[in-house]
Design a protein around this ligand. Structure first.
Ligand SMILES: *Cc1c(COP(=O)(O)O)cnc(C)c1O
Length: 385
């Protein structure tokens, strides 16, 4: 499957081959830990499933195809993929990262890698001068998430990739929120793309997984070496579930974006809503950049009401179709109150400073009928005091 094929064709066919013995169109779930050798060391590509497994190989090729990259690596979780990228660092190295990154990644950086002598600068990456000023000789990785979470800020991947190239810094993009349907960081000059496949790629809230895609063979080899050494590898059943999800990614993402645009417009017109954050709205500060960088503005919508933490928690719990839950990207619509749920670990002062208020609500707009989603948002806001 060529990387020049259309996105939907790649989503369905990249990395996929009919099973050699039966012709089965879906790659079987190779539920095996080891492989029989014809003679010592004489293997048919597989010797042990931590290192390699045929179901995983099919998923690796599929995700590489989605990102238009050469090499895919599948992981047991998004965190395991990100940890493997950070394994490239050495004591004394420095990392520049978004100041509103996924909380788990922040925790990994601050509780683990700092302990091993890696230092981090968490910055607002929209300020390119501040980014340049933060670069030191020992800066080795720039880690970017766009859209960010939960404020859906958009960072200019082309500009950041250029800075990284100039300064010989490895550019890494966590593309979980955008998905490869909406945005391909490798094509914009980034060297490493990572995903939590738990979210949109799996898409059905039934599996936890991660992925990395790169074009450079030396990087692929180093990352695979760390993956095999540490052992963050996914089981074949999980690989199968993610593969089953990726094949409909393009269809799902279109509807996620259609539904999200309607919900964002409704929220913007609602008298109790003080702010709506959706990259597709002209009111979004980086709307033009989002439209240039992304195929659609995606399925995540955040909004603010002027409410106390307690009232915002009550609002989040009063949705009936949107389920109150962490995570995102599944077919089911989800509602999150970041302050008391996903982002509870960030001290209040710090989050207010970075622009996120007590009354912030984050929606993962799912694939239910739009009229039911609209009615649900309306009834929940109606009950807000
Ligand atoms: C969920 C998420 C992760 C972590 O992935 P897991 O699969 O939960 O380990 C990393 N980055 C982003 C942006 C996420 O949303």
């Amino acid at each position: 499957m060529s990387n020049h094929s259309g996105f939907g064709t790649r989503a369905i066919h990249a990395g996929q081959h009919p099973d050699e013995t039966t012709g089965a169109i879906m790659t079987p779930i190779y539920q095996t830990s080891t492989y029989v050798q014809a003679a010592p060391g004489e293997i048919k590509g597989y010797d042990y499933s931590r290192t390699c497994n045929p179901t995983r190989t099919a998923l690796d090729g599929n995700i590489a195809g989605l990102e238009g990259g050469k090499y895919g690596l599948s992981f047991s979780s998004g965190m395991s993929a990100i940890n493997t990228i950070l394994n490239l660092l050495q004591s004394g190295d420095h990392v520049i990262a978004t100041n509103d990154m996924y909380g788990g990644t922040y925790r990994l950086c601050t509780t683990l890698y700092q302990k091993f002598g890696v230092s981090f600068s968490f910055l607002d990456l929209t300020d390119l001068d501040a980014v340049r000023a933060a670069i030191r000789p020992e800066t080795k990785i720039m880690f970017v998430e766009t859209p960010s979470n939960p404020l859906l800020r958009i960072y200019d991947l082309t500009a950041l990739a250029e800075i990284c190239r100039e300064k010989d810094i490895l550019s890494v993009c966590d593309n979980t929120f955008a998905t490869p349907f909406n945005q391909n960081p490798l094509a914009l000059g980034f060297e490493v793309v990572t995903h939590s496949t738990t979210k949109y790629l799996g898409g059905h809230s039934d599996v936890v997984g991660g992925a990395i895609v790169v074009d450079r063979e030396d990087l692929r080899d180093r990352l695979h070496h760390f993956q095999n050494t540490v052992g963050g590898t996914p089981g074949p059943m999980d690989c199968f579930l993610v593969l089953r999800g990726t094949k409909t990614l393009h269809v799902r993402m279109q509807r996620h974006a259609e539904n999200a645009a309607v919900i964002a417009a409704d929220l913007e017109a609602h008298p109790k809503v003080t702010k709506v954050i959706y990259p597709g709205l002209e009111s979004h500060p980086q709307h033009a950049l989002a439209m240039r960088q992304m195929r659609t503005p995606g399925g995540m919508v955040s909004f603010e009401v002027d409410a106390s933490v307690e009232d915002a928690m009550r609002l989040a719990a009063s949705f009936e179709v949107f389920a109150l839950a962490e995570s995102l990207g599944g077919v089911e619509s989800l509602v999150d109150h970041p302050v008391s749920m996903t982002h509870g670990a960030i001290p209040r002062e710090e989050r207010i400073k970075s622009g996120f208020q007590d009354g912030l609500i984050r929606l993962s707009v799912g694939l239910e009928d739009i009229d039911d989603l609209r009615a649900d948002v309306a009834q929940a806001l109606e009950r807000l005091g």
